[in-house]
Design a protein around this ligand. Structure first.
Ligand SMILES: [Zn+2]
Length: 259
């Protein structure tokens, strides 16, 4: 019950909109509740993705001033200075004991957006596969919207078996699957659609067993959300908007946790 109450405040915490007391209580809850810590991490990843995207849509100079002068006098102009993620801005006043307790959460959050060294080749491999499939007009080996067909088909051919949830209700109908070979690794590709965009989920056997939070990247017009979970490395790739791709990644992550 308490968790529900805190969970509703997580977006406000992430947007730095809570007062000191609420901020303290919600942050403290997140150190004790894995579900809320995970959700907070995802919110931060989404912030990062959106901020990256927003730099491409900077308002023309002078627009803010024009809007400001058109507003009634009593409305003070909002602060627009970009705020970097920093622990101190959210938990700054907290005692050192709490800061220590938060270190685990903080470490994961701070790594978001930054891929480990060596990821560059992997991302390029994924993008190349995406482009190759498009050029050859070969998105799927197995064209079916039936998840119960795609999953066994993939696991019969590959050492990893990613979840193949039905996501039509949340705007991502299943198209099918294919196998690929990326940077020397047999790779499962589950293909979904989002409106007119293709969403590819790449999955291969990870080198380590550590689960990670979401990392986001943009490359050659594609957005990428990557994470590692249950010994599988996942990359979701699409030219759809970053927020939609993050929603997709969250659905897959949830399905993988349940499977
Ligand atoms: Zn909770």
């Amino acid at each position: 019950m308490a968790c529900d109450r805190y969970r509703r405040l997580l977006p406000a915490l992430s947007d730095r909109e809570l007062g000191p007391l609420q901020r303290f209580l919600v942050a403290r809850h997140a150190t004790r509740c894995a579900a809320c810590a995970g959700e907070l991490e995802e919110l931060e990843a989404m912030r990062t993705a959106l901020r990256t995207r927003l730099t491409y849509h900077r308002a023309p100079p002078g627009l803010a001033a024009r809007i400001g002068s058109a507003l009634p006098r009593e409305a003070p102009p909002a602060k627009v200075a970009p705020r970097r993620w920093s622990l101190s801005s959210v938990w700054g006043f907290a005692g050192s004991g709490l800061v220590g307790a938060l270190a685990g959460v903080a470490l994961t959050v701070a790594m978001l957006g930054g891929y480990p060294s060596g990821a560059d080749g992997e991302l390029q491999g994924v993008i190349n596969s995406q482009i190759r499939a498009r050029m050859a007009d070969h998105l799927t080996d197995m064209l079916t919207s039936d998840q119960h067909t795609v999953k066994p088909w993939l696991s019969a051919r590959l050492p990893v078996s990613p979840p193949v949830p039905e996501l039509k209700d949340v705007g991502f109908p299943l198209v099918g699957g294919r196998v690929d070979y990326i940077n020397g690794r047999p790779t499962a590709v589950v293909v979904y659609r989002h409106a007119k965009h293709v969403v590819n989920l790449y999955a291969w056997a990870a080198t380590g067993l550590t689960d990670t939070g979401f990392r986001t990247a943009q490359r050659q017009g594609f957005n990428i959300v990557s994470w590692q979970q249950g010994g599988i490395a996942y990359h979701a790739v699409s030219d759809c908007e970053p927020a939609a791709l993050m929603r997709f990644a969250q659905e897959i992550k949830r399905a993988a946790a349940e499977s």
